[in-house]
Write a protein that binds this ligand. Structure first.
Ligand code: HEC
Ligand code: HEC
Ligand code: HEC
Ligand code: HEC
Ligand code: HEC
Ligand code: HEC
Length: 462
């Protein structure tokens, strides 16, 4: 016997709360992912299966399952402390990975670490297949793995909605029958359409739609214009592996703006010419790529001189073709006349567009106009390494955007990083901090960017 009326609301509510729980789980994984990328990915591989500077993190919770969960939190916050205290797992790790020291993350909360562990597990179990294997560079916007589950939720929502309607209908029938049996006066029973169009149901559906809509809009808007992993093809196959890696040319030799100005600046053709008037034929592309630089600079590799102003296009074309042909024949003495002609035409076609024009490099990093970022402040004053923000560029054949460049990324680092406090006269005015630093009892070991106002909106926004 049914005593109470069961309301359609209960079912809708159940369906909705199930949905929101799923969305919530997604949100923490997504949050864990961005925290991981900003803080851990430089040392721990994103596939969670291969070793990098640090161990593969897949299955890490199992390896720590003999200890309280708090131990794993304290490891992430301060691993060296646990090692010196003799924690068995910490010591085991240290013995394997000495002398590489993991960074400390004292400001991460339990929830944030949980989020990262969720993401680690998700990437370990589901992620490996979708992306390339060990160490493969992921090119593109790298968003594909975020949206893959959304179809599933839409489907689930549809099924749950249908179920709710059917159940509500059954309940309403039962209630109606019960009322009749109890001899209550019953009017005409509301039809399905009337029930669905009742103000309560409409109100509820609207509420749910606004919530879901708001969630997805905000989520997508945050990603708008972001391009982590972006690695466009460049007009010249310039390699940071060759120059910064093998040849060990200092980053600032080419990007000399980084030390003294807002922008790092891509080097002008003249900088390339400092070396490439001597290094004229490359080991990989022969004359193919380097001649583009000469065309841009208006330099004649046959004579080793810049062209005079009055030299015609045709005369220049002839000189470059001669250069390409001689080097090709020298490299491949057995080549037929036909293949020589084909090679010369091919190379010239790729080079001609650069004649007398600056090289148009495609910009990879792009902050929106409303955000203010200054290289000199970070490189010269803050002494932050290029690689902290740009990753191991010297290992990148094609440069890719390493960091998300999101506001959260800037803020996180400002919370965790100390400024060069002692040796910067600019900070002399912060007497309280100086006094605390001198006083061992105060527990202060440094001053973070946050503490000098690095989280104030107007510092980063015009
Ligand atoms: C500078 C490189 C570096 C960074 C950054 C880094 N780690 Fe590590 N991590 C290591 C190394 C190296 C080890 C191995 C132990 C050691 O030598 O300290 C390790 C070990 C670990 C372990 C233990 C793994 C196991 O199998 O028990 C966990 C968990 C871990 N790191 C999580 C993180 C998280 C989470 C982050 C980001 C918040 C992070 N690490 C950032 C280098 C790093
Ligand atoms: C021989 C000159 C040279 C050296 C040395 C060099 N770079 Fe570059 N860098 C370039 C050129 C040219 C480009 C533009 C083409 C490209 O993206 O590959 C570039 C592009 C970049 C970009 C992407 C800029 C954008 O468009 O957003 C970054 C980041 C970068 N370099 C960082 C570094 C770092 C870090 C080092 C040192 C490890 C370094 N570079 C060493 C010449 C150099
Ligand atoms: C604190 C983080 C950080 C550090 C450290 C850093 N960069 Fe950058 N870099 C950025 C950001 C953010 C941008 C995007 C700037 C923009 O779009 O206005 C950028 C852009 C660039 C560009 C593209 C041109 C430009 O200036 O917009 C080059 C090249 C570059 N960085 C090279 C370097 C080199 C070389 C170093 C080390 C000497 C370095 N960066 C250090 C964050 C950093
Ligand atoms: C400090 C010296 C130096 C500077 C500056 C320099 N390069 Fe190079 N570059 C080299 C050396 C050395 C090689 C290796 C030559 C080889 O064996 O392939 C090289 C190789 C190359 C190659 C590969 C050629 C091939 O076929 O393998 C290209 C392309 C190139 N440089 C472009 C540039 C550009 C563009 C610039 C300016 C942004 C530049 N280089 C600045 C020294 C320099
Ligand atoms: C890897 C760490 C790191 C990242 C990432 C980073 N910063 Fe910073 N930032 C610093 C440090 C360290 C300083 C302190 C430099 C100094 O002593 O003045 C600083 C200082 C600043 C300041 C001056 C603050 C003040 O109070 O004078 C601004 C503005 C700033 N950063 C903007 C940005 C923006 C915008 C981004 C993101 C696009 C960013 N930073 C990302 C480390 C970082
Ligand atoms: C350390 C630097 C920094 C500080 C401090 C900072 N922002 Fe931002 N903010 C950024 C950067 C960088 C972006 C661009 C992020 C992107 O392109 O996704 C941004 C983007 C935004 C956006 C656009 C929405 C978005 O996520 O792209 C808003 C709104 C915003 N900030 C508001 C604020 C407010 C309000 C404050 C003060 C409470 C603040 N910001 C402090 C660096 C900062």
């Amino acid at each position: 016997m049914l005593h109470k009326r069961i309301h359609i609301k209960v079912f809708l509510l159940a369906a909705f709360s199930f949905l929101s729980v799923s969305l919530f789980a997604e949100a923490t994984i997504a949050e864990g992912k961005s925290l991981f990328k900003a803080n851990c990915a430089q040392c721990h591989a994103k596939d969670m299966k291969s070793k990098l500077t640090g161990p593969a993190l897949g299955g890490v919770e199992e390896r720590w399952s003999d200890y309280p969960r708090e131990d794993l939190y304290s490891w992430v916050r301060n691993s060296q402390k646990m090692i010196s205290e003799g924690h068995p797992r910490a010591v085991e790790l240290w013995n394997e990975w000495t002398p590489t020291v993991m960074n400390n993350f004292p400001n991460l909360t339990d929830e944030q670490i949980d989020g990262m562990l969720l993401y680690i597990n998700d990437a370990y179990v589901n992620g490996g297949k979708k992306k390339g294997g060990d160490g493969e560079v992921v090119v593109g916007t790298d968003k594909s793995d975020d949206g893959s589950n959304s179809m599933f939720y839409v489907f689930l929502l549809a099924i749950l909605g249908l179920l709710a309607v059917i159940l509500a209908r059954i309940v309403s029938n039962l209630n109606h029958m019960a009322d009749e049996k109890e001899g209550k006066a019953v009017g005409r029973r509301a039809t399905l359409v009337e029930q669905l169009l009742s103000p309560k149901v409409i109100g509820f559906v609207l509420f749910a739609l606004i919530l879901i809509g708001g969630y997805t809009t905000v989520n997508n808007a945050i990603d708008l214009g972001r391009q982590q992993g972006y690695a466009p093809e460049q007009p010249i196959k310039f390699s940071h592996v060759t120059h910064a890696g093998i040849q060990k040319i200092d980053c600032q030799y080419c990007h000399d703006g980084a030390r003294r100005s807002k922008h790092s600046v891509i080097p002008a053709t003249n900088t390339c010419m400092n070396c490439h008037t001597a290094v004229k034929v490359g080991s990989k592309y022969g004359t193919g790529e380097l001649t583009k630089i000469y065309a841009s600079a208006g330099w004649n590799p046959n004579t080793g001189k810049y062209f005079e102003d009055n030299v015609s296009y045709e005369a220049k074309e002839e000189e470059y073709k001669k250069w390409i042909k001689e080097n090709f024949v020298a490299a491949k003495p057995e080549a037929s006349d036909k293949s020589i002609d084909a090679e010369v035409t091919n190379q010239w076609n790729a080079i001609a567009g650069h004649l007398g024009k600056p090289i148009e490099w495609t910009k990879i990093h792009n902050l929106p106009d409303h955000a203010y970022f200054n290289h000199a402040q970070h490189v010269a004053v803050g002494k932050v390494e290029c690689q902290t923000c740009h990753g191991p560029v010297e290992e990148m054949e094609v440069v890719q955007q390493y960091a998300p460049l999101s506001m959260g990324w800037c803020i996180n680092c400002h919370r965790q990083t100390n400024v060069q406090f002692a040796d910067n006269p600019y900070y002399d005015s912060y007497e309280a901090y100086h006094d605390q630093l001198k006083d061992v009892k105060s527990g202060r070991t440094g001053v973070t960017v946050e503490e000098i106002g690095g989280l104030e909106c107007q510092k980063c926004h015009y």
